[in-house]
Design a protein around this ligand. Structure first.
Ligand SMILES: [Zn+2]
Length: 245
């Protein structure tokens, strides 16, 4: 496969757009752009979405809303547990190869019901077992890890899906050529922010523990900031009440 060298910049730009949109969402400053009739007519002849989002079907994690995007912006694939199968791989390949999309973001989320059911070895009906089988390797990977097993498994599930994409042809070739960037991320249900878990650039795995790579207001950071504010207020009050101490 011939490699082009310009697409990585497009992928970084795409990630910046997601970052800005998530920041607007998490801080209550939604713009709702690209949701008008004129946008509908503008994209009717063809689509050029700037990012693929492979996310969970959970009703609390709709990509267009949490990234504040509109019609024609995102190529969204949703399935419980954000797993990968051949049909989903085909959809990602279509977006990358035919639509020119340069970024794939695999989006897990806190307290994912599909992952929780897998941990519990829940007895399920019908085809739900297919989902749980796909998630089981993530649960197995973290079974001896310290910390919250559900949080660990959600993160491991995203990492394993990124690994699956990394090793699948032709996605792997597109990544190697810098034509496509694959990013793993986790959505925080409580504060609406998205944290990067794993990133692939040029075939290298830049996995990192949960960091605030999208630049959004991180839940922990918000809490720490609030604590500092309270401590500062306490010091001011103490100086007034006990001026000689
Ligand atoms: Zn879920």
């Amino acid at each position: 496969m011939r490699c082009a060298d310009s697409t990585l910049m497009d992928a970084n730009h795409a990630l910046e757009k997601l970052k800005a949109g998530n920041q607007r969402y998490a801080t209550g400053q939604l713009m709702h752009h690209h949701q008008s009739g004129s946008r509908m007519r503008a994209v009717a002849p063809g689509q050029h979405p700037f990012a693929v989002i492979l996310g969970c079907a959970d009703s609390r994690v709709p990509p267009e809303i949490i990234f504040d995007q509109g019609l024609g912006d995102l190529f969204v694939i949703r399935v419980a547990g954000n797993i990968v199968d051949d049909a989903i791989l085909g959809s990602i390949e279509y977006a990358a190869a035919e639509l020119g999309t340069s970024l794939v973001l695999v989006l897990g989320h806190e307290r994912c019901g599909a992952v929780a059911a897998t941990i519990k070895h829940a007895e399920v009906l019908g085809h739900i077992s297919t989902l749980l089988k796909a998630i089981q390797p993530a649960v197995d990977r973290v079974k001896d890890e310290p910390g919250d097993v559900l949080d660990n498994a959600v993160r491991a599930n995203v990492e394993l899906v990124v690994d699956q994409l990394k090793s699948s042809f032709p996605v792997a070739e597109l990544v190697k050529c810098n034509k496509l960037q694959v990013v793993g991320a986790q959505y925080n249900l409580d504060c609406g922010t998205v944290d990067i878990i794993a990133r692939l650039i040029g075939g290298k795995d830049f996995s990192q523990p949960l960091i605030d790579d999208l630049g959004s207001p991180n839940c922990d950071r918000l809490f720490q900031t609030r604590l500092i504010e309270i401590a500062h207020q306490f010091a001011v009050i103490a100086a007034i009440v006990f001026p000689n101490v």
